[in-house]
Write a protein that binds this ligand. Structure first.
Ligand code: CP3
Length: 353
């Protein structure tokens, strides 16, 4: 494997000194890029892109070829895991992801098992192929959904609902939900460790729906399982730590608790001031975030102002990875993403002297 030419992102996650604030964007490979839309058309569908390592590599590289980003992220989806568990993932045009089968009946939940990782080999093949193609330009991030977030899709059959089916299960049959979460957490540990073995240099756990939980339920049904995962992850082939980022969207109320589960970094959405967040977590973790992706729909001037405000709020010192507070939207003009990245690069040097 070639040596890493730009390890700024990994150093920031470990709160080591860097020359500037590294930057990448959640969903950086995606529909806002015309080259992504062209690849998706050639491949046939989004899932065809994910399941073919050549296409997954091609689209992972697209944002890196356009912008001076400091990290690449594996092109895949968090829902490959429930798909491998036999639930039948599909996408309908214009609608979000859906599952053919759901986990609501006790008999189905009792049948759930950890899938054979061979059924996810296409993901690990994509990781190794991307590592070869990146050739040490920047580190590659692997990822998974959190057990809670994956369970919302497995129980509800789709995303973005009011979560009443899974919440009813949490309050009436917590034993059944804990069984789903436990098997999913064990699966995610194997899945992320296989990504690490294939070459992932940092890993991120997306808890996109953790913010829907009540205060106590968040710890019981989401955070505890993310902690199990963090504890179950291995080092890389050289024995170096593979930094772990935990991101609960809508979870800024619980940052102190998140900072105690052993992860190196926390993701922040846009609902919290990053300087305040830094004070709350102290020197326990690095912070990644937290610009509202909607700002990228405005003007380069507004974007530069917002970048300045986030950098100033974080202030001097190490441990900040600049990112959006959630995925870039498909309506973002690509030149506005460039304006953000350039602004981070040029404005952040003053905070690293
Ligand atoms: O960041 C990247 O560039 C890596 C790729 C990536 C995708 N999904 C590609 C994708 C990552 C890291 C994900 C994670 C993911 N997938 C999450 C967690 C992060 C988050 O957004 O909260 C979730 C909840 C999912 C599930 C999922 N997949 C949804 C809700 C959707 C539909 C939403 C949408 O934007 O249409 C997807 C589809 C999806 N995943 C697309 C991409 C590029 C769009 C598919 C297309 O090309 O039509």
């Amino acid at each position: 494997m070639s040596t890493l030419k730009n390890d700024t992102f990994l150093r920031a996650l470990l709160r080591q000194p860097t020359e500037y604030t590294p930057v990448w964007m959640m969903r950086q490979a995606g529909r806002y890029l015309p080259e992504y839309r062209a690849s998706r058309k050639t491949a046939g569908s989004f899932l065809d892109l994910c399941k073919n390592p050549d296409f997954a590599t091609e689209v992972t590289m697209q944002p890196l070829d356009r912008y001076p980003l400091d990290a690449a992220i594996l092109f895949s989806d968090i829902l490959t895991v429930p798909d491998a568990m036999g639930l039948g993932l599909y996408f309908e045009e214009g609608e979000g992801p859906k599952f053919e089968r759901t986990l609501q009946q006790e008999a189905d939940i009792l049948k759930l098992t950890i899938p054979d990782m061979a059924s996810l080999q296409y993901v690990f093949d994509a990781v190794s192929q991307i590592r070869k193609t990146i050739d040490g330009r920047v580190p590659l991030i692997g990822f998974s959904g959190s057990p809670w977030t994956l369970a919302t899709y497995m129980v509800e059959g789709k995303g973005g609902t009011d979560f009443l089916t899974i919440k009813k299960m949490a309050y009436t049959r917590p034993d059944l939900l804990h069984r789903i979460l436990d098997i999913t957490a064990q699966t995610v540990i194997q899945y992320l460790n296989a990504q690490i073995a294939a070459g992932a240099q940092a890993v991120m756990i997306f808890d996109s729906w953790g913010g829907a939980l009540s205060h106590h339920a968040y710890t019981e049904f989401s955070l505890n399982y993310m902690q199990k995962i963090v504890n179950g992850l291995t080092r890389d082939a050289n024995g170096s730590i593979v930094p772990r980022i935990v991101f609960t969207k809508g979870g800024a109320l619980w940052l102190e608790a998140q900072a105690n589960i052993g992860a190196e970094a926390l993701g922040l959405d846009w609902t919290v001031d990053i300087g305040e967040a830094r004070k709350r977590v102290g020197d326990k973790v690095a912070l990644q975030g937290n610009m509202d992706p909607a700002i990228l729909l405005s003007t380069p001037e507004a974007i530069e102002k917002e970048v300045a405000s986030i950098l100033a709020s974080y202030g001097h010192g190490n441990g900040h990875v600049f990112n959006l507070g959630h995925g870039i939207t498909q309506w973002t003009p690509p030149e506005n993403a460039a304006a953000m990245i350039d602004a981070v690069k040029s404005q952040s040097k003053q905070y690293h002297q």
